[in-house]
Design a protein around this ligand. Structure first.
Ligand code: SAM
Length: 349
């Protein structure tokens, strides 16, 4: 795999390579390197010729002095830059799915629908080099666009995309008892469950992603009336933290900040208590409220932060004499909201 070769340092950037041009964690772009080509962003103009021959991961400077990093395309980064032709799965759900479906090298996995191929890419990376992903979508253009994307990122040997109405026809008979895991991202997944049961090997897992609880309930009914057991439904919500280094002049200052970090982690103003499970409609209101409250609290929090602790310096610069350095973190104002529910089950032995 390209990623492995790059990690070993055996491959330098060449004409025709796909790169993720990384400006910040919120700003990156997929770019195919071409001799004589140019890349333009707010930091100025970058010549592709200056990139060729450099190791992946290099920091390169543009004509106006701004810089970007040239990263190798991994499934994690691809999910952030791919063209959205549908709604997609993001890394928080993807990692959960890979772990609970136990996808590992050699696995045969079936998926429907392919959509924009965000999950497919991660499935392929996890099952390669000996496994294979069979992905089905009834939308011809979408299937074709996904095939092109898989070719572009070098995973096409591990993925077969087929145009098929899986809700109407189920998965092909030839897969009976041959499949290690199945993933469904369909509007009516319950229609496909009998065919999933036929395809899966005994004791193998299935996962269905649905945004609404009503869909989850129907899928669970279908799973229990077919030969599935160990049903579990999860909702994955992520809260990201900003981290940076701070220098503090005295032990007292450090203690105050440490307490503040603990407070911020445990009692973020406006956030829901961790045990409270929200339905999608509640979630919308709460996210909006949370945004306003968190923004307010961020301002007042920052004031307190600045007043407390006799801080002498800041950031990664030179450490002022006699000061102590600590990594501090605070939750980002915007927490990622509801995407969907993941329902897992296992085919009976
Ligand atoms: N999981 C994908 C990703 O991460 O990029 C996104 C899947 S997208 C939300 C749902 C896909 O299911 C669409 O591409 C749609 O065309 C496909 N689909 C809907 N009904 C289908 C059916 N009956 N048979 C096959 N595919 C179907």
């Amino acid at each position: 795999l390209l990623e492995d070769t790059i990690r070993k340092g055996d491959k330098l950037i060449q004409d025709g390579d796909l790169l993720i041009v990384y400006e910040s964690h919120k700003q990156m772009k997929a770019v195919t390197v071409s001799k004589g080509g140019e890349f333009q962003n707010r930091y100025g103009l970058f010549a592709h010729n200056d990139w060729i021959g450099k190791p992946f991961g290099s920091k390169v400077t543009g004509k106006k002095g701004g810089f970007v990093h040239l990263l190798a395309p991994s499934p994690q980064l691809w999910t952030l830059v791919l063209t959205h032709r549908t709604q997609i799965l993001y890394i928080m759900d993807i990692s959960f799915v890979l772990a609970y479906l136990e996808v590992r090298p050699g696995c045969v996995v079936m998926e429907s629908g392919t959509g924009s191929g965000s999950l497919t890419t991660a499935l392929a990376r996890a099952a390669a080099p000996t496994g294979h992903i069979y992905s089905f979508d009834f939308h011809e253009q979408r299937a074709e666009a996904a095939r092109k994307d898989f070719e572009r990122i070098g995973l096409s040997n591990f993925i077969t995309v087929t145009v098929r109405d899986t809700q109407g026809e189920g998965f092909p008979e030839e897969f009976a008892n041959e499949v290690d895991a199945v993933f469904l991202d369909l509007p009516q997944p319950w229609l496909v469950i009998p065919s999933v049961a036929k395809s899966l090997r005994a004791d193998s897992p299935v996962c269905s992603f649905s945004p609404c609880m009503e869909q989850v309930q129907r899928t669970c009914e279908a799973l229990t009336t077919t030969e599935f057991r160990d049903l579990r439904t999860f909702e994955v919500l992520v809260r990201t933290y900003e981290t940076h280094e701070e220098y503090f002049g005295t032990d007292i200052g450090l203690d105050i900040v440490n307490n503040e970090i603990e407070d911020a982690t445990l009692h973020t103003p406006g956030s829901s208590p961790p045990h409270k499970r929200l339905c999608p409609t509640e979630m919308k209101t709460t996210s909006a409220e949370e945004k306003t409250t968190s923004n307010k609290s961020e301002v007042s929090g920052k004031d307190n932060w600045m007043k407390k602790g006799p801080k002498k310096g800041r950031g990664r610069g030179e450490q002022p004499q006699g000061s102590k350095c600590s990594i501090v973190a605070r939750p980002e104002a915007e927490a990622k909201g509801h995407t969907g529910y993941l329902t897992f089950a296992r085919r009976a032995v």
